[in-house]
Design a protein around this ligand. Structure first.
Ligand code: PMP
Ligand code: GLN
Length: 409
């Protein structure tokens, strides 16, 4: 990473950085792509990049296929097909009791990624600062910097990864325009609780900032927890937008259908950015997603139970191998410490594991601007049980071979 620490400027880029946009020319390829390529090269089981190994319900894909055949296949409205906007508003009503007007409070985007990009571009502006919590999803910082917005990080600390009022209040200045909140949080599986969110709402209310809430894993919360959208907290209706993703809800990550919901002035300006990024999203996939939101939420809720079982299997067997397994409250991901197994940095360990054990993971340092902490790795468990077991068997065999202890066996 060659983006500098607190001031959002750039350091250490070469010749190309002077000719092209240094925000991008100075960046490496994303760790997800790097590890997925290594997984293919070494025929490894990919527990790195977060994608399910089973596509979501056939009926959803049939609905999209029928829409593709029957058409129309011309540009849909820039804010999204009315049927999908209605389904998004109905979903928000059903699960959280929110009253969103499909015409005015909903914008369909090409994935959560585009929703985030359009929102940051629209709401930050030159000189307006962006606050994010680390570990942070990797797209936030470069897009904020490309928008000309300096980034301030609030670093959460393991094992609890709690959001503290003092740290947040110190990061927010009169120039702060956006606070990025991702809950449930990729990569560490934190689901922020009511106390943390109420505190965040209080701090935000004293500022000039709005919150972009990346809630793409909203249904993937475990152990009977509730996902609480910040927009539902007092005073937050006008200050918060929610980002959702059909890919995560229905195990169709390649579809890239997402959305933003929120107050009219915010949606209006985000729609202006969206009209010049993608303008719109493929109509057949929008029709499929409208069908899914209206008819296939049982799949999503069932997926949560399956993933919780996968998490438990993974946590148990990794702990017996000597990993320091951290709590995982939601998402596709579990993190674990490697200190008892190796002295290597997480990225070196991951590169060795993919080659020698045949299992690909993601080093957690990739989600921190400073590259620290560097003793944690992320496992994606959105996989069939058999594949997960095979990956765990490979890891056990690897640690047996290389002499690491297998605790409890
Ligand atoms: N936010 C987070 C935290 C994610 O993990 C992802 C997954 N790629 C996204 C946003 C992007 O979602 P989408 O695939 O719908 O663009
Ligand atoms: N969200 C996925 C993850 O965290 C990656 C998506 C991507 O590769 N851009 O693994």
């Amino acid at each position: 990473m060659s983006l500098s620490k607190q001031d959002g400027t750039l350091k250490g880029f070469g010749m190309s950085g002077t000719r092209f946009n240094p925000v991008f020319s100075g960046l490496p390829t994303t760790i997800f792509t790097v590890m997925s390529s290594l997984a293919v090269e070494h025929k490894a089981i990919n527990l790195g990049q977060g994608f399910p190994d089973e596509d979501g319900p056939l009926a959803i894909r049939e609905a999209a296929a029928a829409a593709l055949r029957e058409g129309p296949n011309q540009y849909p409205p820039t804010r999204g097909l009315p049927a999908l906007r209605e389904a998004i508003a109905a979903h928000a009503k059903r699960f959280y009791g929110f009253d969103f007007d499909p015409e005015r409070n909903v914008l369909v985007t090409s994935g959560g990624t585009e929703a985030l990009t359009a929102s940051i571009l629209a709401l930050a502006g030159e000189g307006g600062e962006v606050v994010l919590f680390e570990p942070a999803y990797d797209s936030y910082r470069p897009i904020a910097l490309a928008a000309g917005a300096p980034v301030r990080s609030v670093k959460l600390a393991p094992p609890g990864w709690r959001l503290e009022e003092q740290a947040l209040a110190e990061a927010i200045t009169p120039k702060t325009r956006i606070v990025m909140l991702n809950t449930p949080l990729n990569p560490i599986g934190r689901v922020f609780d009511g106390n943390e969110l109420a505190m965040m709402a209080r701090v935000l209310a004293r500022s000039e900032a709005v919150a972009i809430c990346d809630e793409v894993y909203e249904h993937l919360v475990f152990d009977g927890r509730a996902h609480l959208p910040l927009i539902g907290f007092p005073g937050m209706e006008e200050r918060v937008i929610r980002v959702g993703s059909a890919g995560k809800m229905f195990s169709l990550t390649g579809w890239k259908v997402g959305w933003v919901t929120g107050a009219v002035p915010l949606i209006d300006v985000i729609a202006k950015a969206h009209q010049f990024i993608t303008f719109t999203t493929p109509p057949a996939l929008q029709r499929g997603t409208a069908y899914a939101l209206s008819n296939e939420m049982d799949f999503t809720l069932g997926l949560t139970r399956t993933l919780q079982d996968n998490r438990d299997l993974l946590a148990d067997r990794l702990a017996r191998m000597g990993f320091d397994v951290l709590p995982c409250e939601g998402t596709y991901f579990l993190t674990a410490g490697i200190g008892a197994l190796t002295n290597e940095r997480d990225d070196d360990f991951c590169r060795r594991l993919v080659r020698e054990a045949g299992v690909a993971l993601i080093p957690l340092s990739a989600f921190f601007e400073t590259g620290e902490p560097s003793h944690l790795v992320r496992f994606a468990f959105c996989k069939k049980r058999g594949l997960l077991e095979e990956a765990l068997d490979r890891l056990e065999r690897f640690f047996c071979r290389t002499g690491a202890r297998l605790m409890g066996t």
